[in-house]
Design a protein around this ligand. Structure first.
Ligand SMILES: [Zn+2]
Length: 304
C-alpha cells in the first residue's frame, strides 16, 4: 500500500477523521494530537421553525470550532441519539434505545483508539445523559479515558446572554442555529411554547442553570408528561427572542471552555499517553487484574 511521503504534521487534510486517509489519522495521533472529539447528534422535532437535525448540527458546529482551536480530531457524528422517556412517540423524533446508543458510543471509541487516539470527549447538544454516562463508565472499565459533556450544561449561561434557561427549540438553540446554519431556520414560523411540569420547577436544575442547594438534575426523574401530549407546538421556551449575536456569544464562549479543557489535557498528557494507563478489553470481569503501562507506576501515577 502506498503511503504519503510528505505528511505535514500540522496540516492534516481536515479536522474530520472521515475526511482524512487512515495514514493521516494515524500519523496525526502519533505525532501531533491524540485527542478525539466525538460530537453526538439526535434526530428530534424542533418546532416548525427549526430542522429535526438541530441538535446534531449544534454538536457538529461546536466540535468543529473546538478542533480548530485545539488540534483535536473530530470523529464523524452519529445522527441518531437516545432520548429521555418523555420524547418517545413524538412525530419527527427518532430515538435509539438506550442499549443501542450505549453500544454505539462504546464501539466508536474502541474503534478510534485502534488508530492511536487516547483521549476522548463526547460532545452532545441534546439531553442524552441517560446513555452517555453509562457509556463513559463502561469505557473507563476498559481503559478508555473519556469525558462526556452536554454543551449547555458545560456553558451554564445562567441567563447571562439569554433571557431564559436553555430549553428546547428555544431562544438558545435557535440563536445557535441562526449563527451556525441560518439556511435551516425560518424565524417567521417561530413561536413560544412550553409544557406542564409534574413537579415544581424550583426542585430541578434547568438546562444551563447553575445548581443551588435542594435541586435535582433535570434528568434525575420522570418529571414530564409525554411531550406528544404535553406540548402544543413542540417548543419549550421562546425562539422569537433568538438572534445571531446571542448565538455567536454562546458558541464562542463554550468553544473557549472546551478549548481550555482540551489544551490542558494535551499539555498534561502528551501524545501516546493514555491518562488511565491501561487497556482492559475484557471489561468488568478482569477489572481487578489491571496492569498499568510503562508510562505509569504500579499505582497508575504518571511517571515524570
Ligand atoms: Zn435541541
Amino acid at each position: 500500500m502506498k503511503k504519503q511521503k510528505t505528511f505535514k504534521l500540522d496540516r492534516r487534510d481536515s479536522v474530520w477523521f472521515h475526511e482524512n486517509s487512515s495514514h493521516v489519522n494515524e500519523a496525526y495521533a502519533k505525532d501531533v494530537c491524540d485527542i478525539a472529539i466525538l460530537p453526538i447528534g439526535a434526530i428530534e422535532q424542533h418546532g416548525a421553525h427549526a430542522p429535526c437535525g438541530m441538535d446534531t448540527f449544534n454538536a457538529v458546529g461546536i466540535a468543529e470550532k473546538t478542533a480548530l482551536k485545539t488540534g483535536a480530531m473530530v470523529l464523524p457524528c452519529p445522527n441518531y441519539g437516545s432520548h429521555p422517556h418523555h420524547h418517545w412517540g413524538m412525530p419527527g423524533t427518532i430515538p435509539l434505545t438506550y442499549e443501542t446508543h450505549i453500544s454505539l458510543l462504546v464501539d466508536i471509541i474502541r474503534g478510534a483508539a485502534v488508530c492511536g487516539y487516547n483521549k476522548f470527549l463526547i460532545l452532545s447538544a441534546h439531553g442524552q445523559v441517560s446513555s452517555t454516562i453509562v457509556a463513559v463508565h463502561k469505557l473507563g472499565i476498559e481503559g478508555y479515558f473519556t469525558l462526556s459533556s452536554t454543551w449547555y450544561d458545560f456553558l451554564r449561561d445562567d441567563k447571562a446572554v439569554l433571557d431564559d434557561y436553555m430549553w428546547h427549540a428555544d431562544e438558545a438553540e435557535t440563536s445557535v442555529g441562526l449563527y451556525l446554519y441560518p439556511q435551516w431556520i425560518q424565524m417567521d414560523l417561530a413561536e413560544a411554547g412550553g409544557g406542564q411540569g409534574l413537579v415544581d420547577s424550583k426542585w430541578k436544575i434547568a438546562p444551563g442553570q447553575s445548581a443551588k442547594p435542594g435541586m435535582m438534575y433535570h434528568f434525575e426523574g420522570t418529571f414530564a408528561l409525554p411531550e406528544a401530549d404535553d406540548l402544543d407546538n413542540g417548543v419549550i421556551g421562546d425562539p422569537t427572542k433568538a438572534t445571531v449575536e446571542k448565538g455567536e456569544l454562546l458558541v464562542e464562549k463554550v468553544v473557549d471552555h472546551y478549548a481550555e479543557l482540551l489544551n490542558e489535557i494535551r499539555e498534561k498528557y502528551p501524545c501516546g499517553i493514555n491518562p488511565l494507563g491501561f487497556r482492559n478489553p475484557s471489561g468488568y470481569r478482569t477489572a481487578h487484574q489491571i496492569q498499568y503501562d510503562s508510562h505509569h507506576d504500579a499505582k497508575g501515577r504518571l511517571k515524570q
